[in-house]
Design a binder for this molecule. Structure first.
Ligand code: BES
Ligand code: ZN
Ligand code: ZN
Length: 512
């Protein structure tokens, strides 16, 4: 697929020579930005903005040809719904829907007119960023392995070559352009994460992910101290990663990348991801129905790479350590088994009661490694439990942690970025869930509050560093398409974590 280019320019809509000029419309209103062109078209925009074909309802699209009455060839109206019910993510979704509509109509480009930020109770930077982000996420698709020429040609025919954002008089141009730049980076990094997470496990192995990490490191000048291969991981003391890897013919990898902003006194944040390239369940094997979806069990690791990419492009003012524990979870004669006891990187032991609860096992090594580097905070992302999908669906991720201030910062970044979370409790009472009779902890809970049992195990390995765990099992991929997202990987994690880092505030001291 050729990349969709993104442009920004200052332009008055009524003078635009766009192939398709898109306006965002609240129900029953003509947007301020469209008044000029409406006058030129003799009130046509107003007429169409409230017709039987278009009402401005959320995510409705209507396109009409200007038949030479304006320099723009077509006008597209995209509904934002009722003004009083507007929430910011609706703008991203609307931009996505508009871009998809243009693409599927075989238009080659779309020009989005920046709405007046005050009409959205926002600012030019956020509005431009939101539109670009939404449009890039919207036109993403994953069709890597098509070989039939006819189908390839059809897909080629439906490619949006470029999107442009135009700011008319009265909109802060500098801010809007900056927003476009940030939106483009975030959209592309999230789509890069989606490519990794969507990749089948026979194509992208743990070693393959480590190679992708090496490419990133080279491109951005990151420090790469990844440990790759059975021997190297064993020697490094990653006993938990090795246990999960023991049933697989593929080498494991502990990816470790570091981004430095060049300031020693800047905060250092570690982002940690679960990288199970395929989760068969191992000896506690999963049912075959839906097992193919477990190629997505590397979504946390894929997000870590996307975050390192975005942070480097944005030159964020923080130091970042990206860690991803990667292996397949497979059954075989050499696989780890229920009843086994595993010695982790930290020295603590885990009793394995179910080999399908492997995410928390590999993360015990990754989190202990992260904690040993003494960062100011750790954020981990993992498709950890089916139970979080039961509890919260695919709308929000489960958010758990040990530091109120960090939990709040991440929750707020979720609201702002559109990648939302909801907090689950971590009372000490839940420690019972992971108590083992023969080892330090056990890897399954007591058959209730599954996401919390998982987080409780993880908590044992972070050594009191402020930490938040995001259970992204429901949000990392969609089994059906949603407004603005095709089926498959969503790239969840990149936007919420980057938002957290952009808005970073030193954590308040907490009594221990
Ligand atoms: N990768 C799965 C969790 C998962 C389930 C992700 C559905 C996405 C969609 C994880 O490794 C797993 O199998 N967890 C078990 C834990 C249980 C055995 C304690 C689960 O949720 O069933
Ligand atoms: Zn599993
Ligand atoms: Zn898993």
């Amino acid at each position: 697929m050729t990349e969709t280019k993104v442009h920004f320019r200052k332009e008055e809509p009524e003078k635009s020579e766009a192939e398709t000029l898109a306006f965002f419309v609240f129900e029953g209103e003509v947007p301020g930005a469209a008044r000029g062109i409406d006058a030129k078209l003799g009130g046509e925009v107003k007429k169409h903005a409230d017709s039987d074909k278009f009402k401005g309802k959320g995510l409705e699209v209507f396109v009409h040809h200007t038949l030479g009455k304006s320099s723009a060839k077509r006008v597209m109206l995209i509904g934002l719904g009722k003004k009083e019910e507007f929430f910011f993510d609706q703008l991203r979704r609307a931009a996505a829907i508009g871009a998809i509509y243009a693409r599927d109509s075989t238009f080659k480009s779309a020009v989005f007119v920046l709405p007046n930020p005050s009409e959205l109770k926002s600012d030019a930077r956020s509005v431009a960023r939101g539109i670009v982000e939404g449009a890039l996420l919207g036109v993403y698709r994953y069709a890597e392995f098509k070989t039939e020429q006819k189908e390839i040609d059809e897909l080629k025919e439906k490619e949006l070559k470029e999107i442009t954002i135009i700011a008319s008089n009265g909109i802060n141009e500098k801010e809007a352009e900056e927003g476009k730049r940030i939106g483009e980076i975030l959209g592309r990094s999230a789509n890069y994460t989606r490519d990794l997470a969507n990749a089948p496990s026979n194509i992208l192995t743990p070693r393959g992910l480590a190679e992708k990490a090496a490419e990133l490191a080279k491109m951005h000048g990151l420090k790469n101290s990844s440990i790759v291969g059975k021997e190297a991981c064993k020697k490094a003391g990653f006993g938990a990663l090795m246990a999960v890897n023991s049933g697989s013919d593929q080498d494991p990898a502990m990816i470790v990348l570091e981004y430095s902003c060049g300031k020693k006194d800047a905060p250092t944040i570690a982002v940690v991801g679960k990288g199970i390239n395929f989760d068969s369940g191992g000896i506690s094997i999963k049912p075959s129905k839906g097992m193919e979806l477990m190629k997505h069990d590397k979504s946390g690791a894929s997000a870590v790479l996307g975050i390192m990419d975005a942070a480097s492009h944005l030159k964020l003012d923080v130091n970042l350590i990206g860690i991803a524990a990667c292996t397949e979870n497979m059954p075989s004669g050499s696989a780890y088994k229920p009843g086994d006891v595993v010695k982790t990187y930290s020295g603590k032991t885990i009793e394995i009661l179910n080999t399908d609860a492997e995410g928390r096992v590999i993360l015990s090594d990754a989190l202990a490694l992260a904690a040993s580097k003494k960062p100011d905070a750790i954020i981990d992302m993992a498709t950890l439990t089916g139970a979080v999908v039961i509890a919260l669906g695919s709308i929000v991720s489960g958010e758990m942690g040990n530091n109120k201030d960090l939990l709040k910062q991440i929750f707020e970044a979720g609201e702002k970025s559109g990648e939302r979370t909801w907090e689950l409790p971590m009372y000490a009472d839940y420690n019972e869930h992971v108590k083992s009779t023969i080892a330090d902890v056990k890897n399954v809970g007591i058959g209730e509050a599954g996401p919390i049992s998982g987080a409780k195990l993880l908590e044992k390995f972070i050594e009191k560093v402020p930490w938040v765990h995001l259970d992204i099992a429901g949000t990392a991929y969609y089994e059906k398409e949603k407004p603005g997202f095709c089926l498959g990987a969503t790239g969840y994690g990149v936007r919420i974590v980057i938002q957290t880092l952009m808005d970073w505030k030193e954590l308040k001291k907490e009594k221990k």
